[in-house]
Design a protein around this ligand. Sequence first.
Ligand SMILES: [Zn+2]
Length: 307
Amino acid sequence: MKPDTPKPVSQRIRSRVQESGQRYHANDNISAFIEPGEIGELQKEVESKLTQVLESLVIDVEHDHNTRQTARRVAKMYVCEVFRGRFMPMPSVTEFPNAAHLNELMIMGPVTVRSACSHHLCPIMGRLWIGVMPNEDSDLIGLSKYSRLADWIMSRPQIQEEAIIQLADLLVEKVNPDGLAVVMEADHFCMHWRGVKDNASKMTNSVMRGVFLKDGALRREFLSLINLKSSLSPGDGFPSRLRHLFRQFLRELLVLLERRQGLLREVGERGIAGACRAFEQRDGFLMIHFHVLGVGLVEVLSVLALE
Ligand SMILES: [Zn+2]
């Protein structure tokens, strides 16, 4: 009888996750399903598969002194560094009761963002700001804990729109405030390094919760305090032959916004035009990363077919 070959560690972890019914997308944390000692094993498994990738790229990993250790280095970087937010448990956070009954706007930031896009595994580097409006029953957490929680969420293959929603959900759960705002501005290296090779690749988006959604003055106070300047306007680097498409996009968006009561009145047509943050041409489509700051329309990714 042949002895059973042990299952690769990734398969063991995956079956546990599947049994629980939990999702295990690139931006999900699966630390609850990893047993002591398995992180090292996982790193070994990733290393051996990365060696195969290098071999498939026809790189002589045996004789090329520069790539001999690359699989090992990249495996360690993925599992223990840049994607550790998937594999490590949440950093412990002590919550303090709001004994002083603080009820003034608190702003944390800029917090450095280091992440990677889940489409290309290219770096996303940026900054984020967190606004908290506490109430008497809020649990306050230490200032440095905001960056540690943000780092835990960001150290996963992500897309920016989902990353800040994950962070906002986590902070609402931990702090239990009257309102919460997160604004993130980031540079997407997959747009520099590949694809359109466009240097205007910054994207800004925000999530507003609670009183930040209802109170326009509070939103304006927060946004003016973080003093974020818009990173890209359509007149700035937008390909002129695509201007008509952009105008068409704005018209369609106006129709869409008219259905959402009050939104259009607050933003106005000029505000919408100024909210275009980044664009990307891919496979015959023009994609516009678009965002209207602070009106609860979190982000819109518009895709237009190019003729
Ligand atoms: Zn990408």
